[in-house]
Design a protein around this ligand. Structure first.
Ligand code: MF3
Ligand code: CO
Length: 253
């Protein structure tokens, strides 16, 4: 069931989203060669607590950390670790959910550690563009859910030949980390193509691979999702709200 949000509820998600946006922005200064993903997680966790909010991922379905830190070929759900030290040329996506007074926002950025190769930089730029093209598609008059996935897929695959992850999708958000509807980054004819209407709050999150779209789940830790061919992946995400005045990005300053 899709749970629409009223303007008071959207205002609360907006507040939560501001904290999250500031948190992700502050990590720009933190993510440098030599830092561990454990420390990135700790710094983000402290930032969220300082703003009287809760990192919603911690404990969600048993997830053991405040953030997901996914390096290079890890697409999503990388678990922070003291043993994982960032080095020049790596990319790392940091995916965070923030709960403030019970209202959840969800956002992800992929950071470049020092100087990365031109081809990895291009993947990151295109993935970010996919996110904003998805958001622009949602802004069009009469837009439907499939328009978002179509815009992401066209830019990632049709125009740039990248793999678009199919096993994980965007989602409704706001009262919980994951709500209906599913927001795929491709056109899934069998999935809902509802017209975007005021009160919908969605997490749009292109997960784009340099090579194959196929992924493999880590059998041991049960969380880490890697590209099947070991090539790098990028991930960008915003929480948006559909209001009477159009689309608002809630996880931007
Ligand atoms: N923030 C993730 C998303 O974008 C969800 C993380 S689930 C967790 O959907 F359990 F790994 F935290
Ligand atoms: Co999400």
């Amino acid at each position: 069931m899709i749970q629409l949000k009223n303007s008071t509820e959207i205002a609360k998600i907006r507040e939560s989203g501001k904290i999250l946006a500031e948190c992700l922005l502050s990590l720009d200064e933190v993510i440098k060669p030599g830092i561990s993903t454990w420390d990135v997680d700790r710094i983000a966790h402290e930032f969220i607590k300082k703003h009287h909010a809760i990192p919603s991922c911690l404990g969600y379905c048993g997830y053991p950390a405040a953030t997901c830190t996914s390096i290079n070929e890890v697409v999503i759900h990388g678990i922070p670790s003291k043993k994982q030290i960032l080095k020049e040329g790596d990319i790392i996506s940091v995916d965070i959910c923030v709960t403030l007074d019970g209202y959840v926002s969800d956002s992800t950025r992929t950071y470049e550690v020092g100087k990365v190769s031109d081809e990895v930089h291009k993947l990151n730029v295109v993935t970010r563009e996919c996110l904003y093209l998805g958001i622009e598609a949602a802004r069009k008059k009469g837009a439907r859910l499939h328009d978002i996935g179509a815009a992401v897929f066209r830019h990632a695959f049709t125009e740039n030949g990248y793999g678009v992850v199919r096993d994980y999708t965007g989602h409704g958000v706001g009262f919980d980390v994951h709500e209906e509807p599913s927001v795929p980054n491709y056109v899934e004819p069998m999935s809902s193509n509802l017209r975007l209407k005021p009160g919908l709050v969605l997490a749009i999150e292109p997960m784009i691979n340099m090579g194959t779209w196929r992924i493999k789940d880590d059998r041991k830790d049960g969380w880490t999702v890697r590209t099947a061919d070991g090539k790098p992946a990028c991930h960008w995400e915003h929480t948006i709200a559909v209001t009477d005045h159009g689309i608002e990005v809630l996880t931007e300053l």
